[in-house]
Design a protein around this ligand. Sequence first.
Ligand SMILES: [Zn+2]
Length: 416
Amino acid sequence: MLHDASILIYDGRIEQVGKGSGSSADVEIDGRGKIALPGLINAHTHLSMSLFRGYADDMVLQDWLQKKIWPLEAKLTGEACYQGALLGSAEMIMSGTTTFMDMYFHMEEVAKAVNQAGLRAILSYGIIDLFDPAKAKVEQKKSEEIFNFVRELNSPRIRFALGPHAPYTCSSDTLLWAKEFAEKNNVLIHIHIAETRKEQADSQKQHGCRIVEYLDKIGALSKKMVGAHCVWLTKSEVSLLGKSGVSVTHCPVSNMKLASGGVAPLPEMFDAGIAVSLGTDGAASNNTLDMFETMKVCALLHKAHRWDPTVLNAQKVLDLATIEGARALGMEREIGSIEAGKRADIILLDANLPNLNPIYGPDTVISDLVYSASSGNVNTTIVDGKVLMANRQLKTIDLGKSLASAQEIANKLSRG
Ligand SMILES: [Zn+2]
């Protein structure tokens, strides 16, 4: 960690990081009284679900999905998803997230919103074939269309990933198709794995084995795979994920709110060499996209669960949201730290606020960032060298307009 340092950015890249004021530049941002951090990485969300924030809470998962969320999702249009993605982008910029991985529908519209917002993203269309071969073909084709759309969009910040929703909603044919497509086109596979205990019980009934064992048996595990949740796993499943090079996205707030019951076995995942990232999940089950909150809850959850305050320290949690998150997404050479040669994804936190004072010294700053900081401290957000927010003013999104549009859509959706 550097004190009194400067960061030189050129052409979207970090050129130099050093002590002192550095060389002069065309544009200068005064960092006095601020803490610079690599932009946070939210490795699992459903951005457009920001529209459903607060619509249905405190319900059992299946009721929540079947009675509330799915009927509303059936009414979503491309325009609604665009507005939902813009609202979510505004929230991420304002809470210090610079890169995220998404899974949802109407992804062309999401890509347009994210491109406008200026965030870095990996976008996947959620494939659900429900074991119907005809539907599988349609869903695979839809994914290929989004793949082509993102390629033609030609944004250096936006990438495509395949999004087979989960082993319980996608056939083995689709999972194997995804693996082949991902390897051929060098893209990630974004999937939900073992979020609830029921999924494991169903897998035992349907396949005679546990979920990760099933994925291994059919040959679907891959270095390209990023599994969200991974809550209900045995040690041997963790070991299988490690051996196969699968990355994990831990979503502690969503797991606690939906009362998934278990706690993802993070220490065992670290021992198995798994790259673990953090995610918020969608705003319908969180209900924010706030990675500062997710970091703190992550640390507290594991301490409480293991009766061990040393099980996950502040530095490790910050790593999960930055450099380890980048590694989980195969982007550690580009983002995740403030180093010369990396893309300039940087946030500045205002340290002149009560919740970050006093500061005892460099050693305690990391603790301050995880346990005391909040999204309200984020003052400036920079992605690919471009300032998306300065002094808490958004530069790429008209916040008033975005809030009004989201409210209008919410009114329409709830009227039926
Ligand atoms: Zn999810």
